[in-house]
Design a protein around this ligand. Structure first.
Ligand SMILES: [Zn+2]
Length: 461
């Protein structure tokens, strides 16, 4: 589809009907990225005051918490004072899901589910403006690489298990001018087929899970496919940490910038890599802090947990939300002209591949698609052997006798009919030393170093 048709006939009208007026925010966010740092700080402080005041007046959880701690909303006059408020953990969101939302809100709300690298399923509700702002921010970042709204995208992503959701997503893909390449199924056969599909579609950029794009490139290299002739404007990798070996191969296979995106389904883009290779924080839209275990801010250059306050989300505010990743604020300045501050991602977004007896590689994000059910609070899968899988679950009150069968059925689509799948029900799933819940662990004896992974991806074991 022509990009202008996609932009003006599909994207903007569909956003209009959803009440998400992205275009309203575009001039503002475009201007923000080049404002002097002090001006960004002033804008951020003003937004923090407004948000905290609103939360105190309208949201039962925040009102109660601030009253108990004896904090008046006017005390929180900006970013510095924000640190007086406690960190909002994922556990606290699960326990207080109702009182975190404005009662009887007249605004239309959209649900966002997380089931990312933490393996804990949380439901967030966002008003249209907050989502429109996320999109405006996303297009601002893409514009750094000459990518416009409606430009054709090859998306290396999950494919929903439920047929209803799959159809919905396929329609969305057509309207958003993108094709989806399954991150769950990478082999020589699929790579060749998808390469031809990509060639015919002529995307301007690749977007998707780092390891999925990496896996595709690995196989493409073995098959001698020329990805440079696709003439991409950029390859944008997201959802997982990009390791040097990922970047090395991608840079070899493409003649375009390889871009690291750090974001989440609940907050949109948090940091995005510029042409100078630096990760700029979206500080005009989010208050981003790096804190120690006690919730106190650490100095630039020191490792800390990443804590986010979405400054546009009022109906279900996330004030000092601990997203579960670890990173480092940088006090370096970038010479690219964008004044937004910089960070380094150090840890987080650790994911892996599930390996099956048939020699198939399934991206572990498949579990997020399969297990992201209302019947489950938390999940974790341990691969014990090539055909043996153990699933730990924390059930929600909606879990019933049919739920386990349904989960098993969905898992079998990827793991195969012969796989042994066992379930264990727990009150809480144990965390890693860092406090994170790793939702997939492989206990296969074969090393997970790159050599074996590469062999597996190319199917030449
Ligand atoms: Zn820069």
């Amino acid at each position: 589809m022509n990009n202008l048709i996609a932009k003006h006939l599909f994207y903007f009208p569909s956003q209009y009907f959803r009440g998400q007026k992205v275009w309203k925010f575009i001039p503002e966010v475009w201007a923000d990225e080049r404002r002097p740092e002090e001006e960004i700080q002033r804008i951020r402080d003003e937004k923090i005051r407004k948000l905290v005041g609103y939360a105190y007046e309208n949201i039962p959880y925040y009102r109660k918490m601030m009253q108990e701690k004896g904090i008046r909303p006017e005390t929180i006059s900006g970013y510095d004072e924000l640190a007086m408020l406690p960190v909002l953990t994922k556990e606290a969101i699960l326990e207080n899901s109702q009182s975190l939302i404005k009662p009887n809100s007249s605004k239309r709300m959209y649900e966002r589910k997380t089931g990312g690298s933490t393996g804990m399923i949380l439901h967030f509700f966002k008003e249209a403006d907050a989502l429109a702002k996320n999109d405006a921010i996303m297009y601002r970042c893409y514009a750094w690489y000459g990518i416009d709204i409606g430009d054709r995208q090859a998306r290396f992503w999950g494919v929903p298990v439920k047929s209803k959701t799959r159809i919905k997503e396929s329609i969305k893909d057509v309207l958003l001018n993108r094709i989806r390449i399954s991150a769950f199924d990478i082999s020589e056969t699929t790579c060749l087929r998808e390469y031809e599909r990509i060639r015919r579609f002529r995307p301007t950029h690749f977007y998707g899970y780092t390891t999925a794009i990496y896996g595709f490139c690995r196989v493409a290299k073995d098959l001698g496919l020329n990805l440079k002739e696709l003439q991409m404007k950029a390859v944008i990798c997201t959802a997982e940490k990009m390791y040097p070996h990922h970047r090395e191969l991608l840079s070899e296979m493409f003649d375009c910038p390889i871009v690291d995106e750090y974001g989440s389904s609940e907050n949109g883009i948090i940091a995005f890599q510029c042409r100078q290779g630096n990760m700029h924080l979206m500080s005009d839209h989010l208050a981003i802090e790096f804190v120690d275990e006690q919730g106190q801010r650490v100095k630039p250059g020191e490792l800390g947990r990443i804590v986010i306050t979405d400054l546009s989300s009022f109906e279900m505010p996330q004030i000092r939300y601990d997203i579960g990743d670890i990173g480092r604020l940088s006090d370096m300045k970038c010479s690219c002209g964008i004044t937004l501050p910089l960070m380094d991602i150090v840890e987080g977004r650790k994911e892996d591949f599930i390996r099956t007896k048939e020699g198939k590689l399934v991206h572990a994000a498949y579990l997020c698609y399969t297990l992201k059910e209302d019947t489950i609070h938390e999940f974790k899968m341990i691969q014990k052997a090539i055909d043996r899988f153990h699933v730990q679950l924390v059930r929600s009150p909606l879990f019933n006798s049919e739920s386990e069968k349904k989960l098993e059925r969905n898992l079998r689509c990827a793991l195969g009919n012969d796989a042994q799948i066992s379930f264990e029900y727990l009150d809480r799933i144990s965390r890693e030393k860092s406090g994170k819940l790793r939702y997939f662990i492989s206990e296969l004896s074969e090393p997970t170093d790159m050599t074996s992974e590469e062999k597996l991806v190319s199917g030449r074991r």
